[in-house]
Design a protein around this ligand. Structure first.
Ligand code: ZN
Length: 379
């Protein structure tokens, strides 16, 4: 599989494009492929036979007959190879094993704590990958994808200096190179917000959307997909969105500016506010408390979050905005207030926007990280 995907010869390009098209369509007949690829019937027959012989595609039953015999359908062999997706977030580290249809075969996680320095974390990730491979009897991997809190150096696979990690030492960590040496496979590092956006994009399988994916919680991070392509910032720093101004001359932000989105919406902002009102609280209180003073501040966060998202919509013009975060999933009042606030603050000229919660929940980042590895072979 890796030989086929890594073969950049011109001769192989058409076969790779054919394979990718079958992958995207899930099941497809030769007649439909001929319509897409404009090659002679004999060439198509030969290429399909070759991909079948190599164990990359197989026949998958019959489609609806259009006149004569029902057509043979082709699909990719989903267990021809496997990819690993890793999420490194502020609270959790997840490792997942996926097949080529992006189905999760196995997964494992641990809570990210004070003892998890880069060395300890990478060792744990290493062991989890080996354990998954052993459990599911996977002899080798196709690649490893990582979705991490930014900023990162995407090109060199380095986690630079993420804010508020629980453990010491997370500065310029070349995690890509380390895992590449251990497993001898391509390792692709990206921002977790981006990989989550990728996962949600493929989960719907309509492949047409412009998606803005917004994570809220400790910070506000966004990933953006336009016509199927990720909008990648140089430093993979998805947190710059949290500094868009939602209140001129508003609250002081750590960045030196005033009125940034983060200072109204993040967990830290809400806790600071409660603290200043003499109501010291925890994140648990934010998620569970029914106290009116706490609820008021949560609703204020939702209101400002909606303003921030509306601003982003005016710039990026997504068709769909996907919201992800603990309050989004667990507090329907919060979610509804965010949606209302977005709708109140986008100008009427904007085309109708779908706002929804992520369908993959907590798994999105690691699934997307794995998808990215497979997709990169076709770039
Ligand atoms: Zn700021």
């Amino acid at each position: 599989m890796r030989d086929f995907l890594s073969d950049k010869s011109e001769k192989n390009q058409l076969k790779k494009a054919l394979y990718k098209y079958i992958h995207r369509k899930r099941r497809i007949s030769k007649a439909e492929l001929l319509k897409e690829f404009h090659v002679p019937n004999t060439t198509m027959t030969r290429m399909l036979a070759e991909l079948t012989d190599r164990g990359l595609i197989r026949q998958a039953g019959f489609g609806h007959p259009t006149g004569g015999r029902p057509p043979v359908l082709y699909e990719i062999v989903s267990d021809a190879a496997y990819v690993i997706g890793i999420e490194i977030a502020r609270t959790d580290v997840r490792v997942m094993l996926l097949n080529l249809n992006y189905e999760v075969i196995g997964n494992d996680r641990f809570s990210f704590m004070k003892q998890h320095t880069p060395q300890v974390t990478i060792e744990k990730i290493n062991d989890m990958i080996r354990a998954l491979m052993e459990r599911y009897q996977i002899p080798s991997l196709l690649g490893i994808g990582i979705g991490a809190v930014g900023p990162i150096d995407r090109e060199n696979g380095v986690i630079l200096n993420p804010e508020s990690f629980p453990a010491e030492g997370w500065r310029d960590v070349p995690i890509g190179e380390i895992l590449h040496k251990r497993f001898s496979v391509p390792v692709i590092l990206n921002n977790g917000a981006n990989t989550a956006a990728v996962a949600e994009y493929y989960a719907r399988n309509d492949h047409e959307e412009n998606i803005l994916y917004c994570i809220s919680g400790y910070g506000i991070r966004c990933g953006y997909i336009q016509e199927g392509r990720l909008f990648n910032q140089k430093q993979g720093d998805a947190t710059s969105y949290e500094h868009i101004v939602v209140e001129a001359e508003g609250r002081d932000c750590t960045c030196g500016s005033k009125g940034c989105l983060k200072t109204y919406v993040s967990f830290g902002a809400m806790l600071n506010r409660l603290d200043s009102l003499g109501i010291p609280s925890t994140i648990d209180d934010l998620l569970n408390s029914k106290e009116s003073s706490v609820r008021e501040i949560i609703m204020e966060s939702a209101h400002y979050y909606g303003i921030g998202i509306a601003n982003m919509i005016h710039i990026l013009h997504p068709d769909t905005v996907i919201l992800h975060g603990k309050l989004i999933y667990h507090d329907s009042e919060y979610y509804q207030e965010v949606v209302q606030s977005v709708n109140k603050h986008i100008c009427a000229r904007n085309h109708p926007i779908t706002i929804r919660k992520g369908v993959l929940g907590e798994k999105a980042t690691s699934i997307g990280a794995a998808i990215q590895v497979f997709e990169h072979f076709f770039e």
